[in-house]
Design a protein around this ligand. Structure first.
Ligand code: FAD
Ligand code: FES
Length: 260
């Protein structure tokens, strides 16, 4: 079982990077334990909101003890986060979840990272760590339109990046599948995070790939494996509620779970 820490992390900086999308840098001791693809479970600083909000870790700087998260305002909790300023503290549980398994791939090999919309943030640290160990990284990231494009420049530091937009206002007109279906080689490892429709495409496209991984989302309560609010079902075992997104995930191998 992974060790989950509880800490009041301090906001170092916060800025808006696209309409309704914010990037927040937090500092704390738990940064030293963080891995790519894990998430933080943040308490909303508002006593009427009891449930924490899960947000992926986008970047990790262990030297500075800083972690970056990128989130979109969806409702009241994330709206409160967007008001936080440098010096404010946030009660965080983490780092939670299994994260992406980057050990399956090494120098000289190729990785394909696939992201959609607000699923792109965890790919930044993933691309960085893979690049640092000599993996050739390609990112295919899809957005609704030009205004919604985030993190392209950061990903370009570590990878070749291909952007798609649904309306053709930036990059290639179409979905990530438009690009990926045209590739004539298969990467040694595939890592994906995004909306359910995109994950279903990746799950089916790379169903039998030995190293293809999906980062999933589910509504959560405890976020630490105790309440079973976040269960997903294994394929072929629809009656058994046996995997928890918060503890056994959020990353699963393709072909493993039923995607809603
Ligand atoms: C593992 C994981 C990683 C995530 N990473 C990111 C990220 O990096 N950036 C980002 O913008 N969002 C991310 N999300 C989604 C984010 O948790 C929700 O957008 C957020 O909780 C909404 O809270 P709210 O109070 O603003 O919205 P409300 O709709 O008011 O939330 C009401 C309740 O529903 C839950 N909820 C609502 N939407 C979601 C959702 N999509 N997933 C899980 N719970 C939800 C909330 O936690 C809260 O308990 C992630 C979710 C999971 C499970
Ligand atoms: S949220 Fe409680 S077990 Fe996952």
């Amino acid at each position: 079982m992974l060790m989950i820490l509880k800490e009041d992390m301090t906001v170092v900086a916060q800025r808006k990077i696209a309409p309704d999308i914010f990037e927040m840098v937090l500092t704390g001791e738990m940064v030293s334990e963080m891995q790519a693809g894990q998430f933080l479970h943040l308490r909303v600083p508002d006593s009427s909101k009891l449930l924490r909000r899960p947000i992926s870790i986008s970047e990790i700087d262990k030297l500075k003890k800083e972690a970056t998260i990128v989130y979109r305002i969806e409702g009241e909790g994330t709206a409160v986060f967007s008001q936080l300023k440098s010096g404010d503290v946030v009660d965080c549980l983490g780092p939670q979840g299994n994260g992406f398994d980057l050990s399956v791939i090494g120098a000289g090999q190729a990785a394909l990272l696939i992201g959609g919309g607000i699923g792109v943030p965890p790919l930044v640290e993933t691309a960085k760590q893979l690049h640092d160990k000599g993996v050739a990284v390609t990112c295919v990231i899809g957005f609704a339109n030009k205004e919604a494009v985030i993190l392209e420049e950061k990903l370009r530091r570590y990878s070749d990046v291909i952007v798609t937009t649904d309306d053709g206002s930036y990059g290639i007109h179409g979905y990530v599948s438009t690009v990926i279906d045209g590739f004539d080689t298969v990467a040694d490892a595939v890592y994906a995070c995004g909306a359910p429709g995109m994950l279903k495409y990746v799950d089916s496209k790379f169903e039998n790939h030995p190293h293809a991984y999906l980062s999933t989302e589910s509504r959560m309560a405890c976020g630490m494996g105790a309440c079973y609010a976040c269960v997903v079902h294994l394929k072929g075992q629809e009656d058994s509620k046996n995997l928890r997104v918060c503890e056994d995930g959020p990353v699963f191998k393709t072909g493993q779970i039923i995607l809603d």
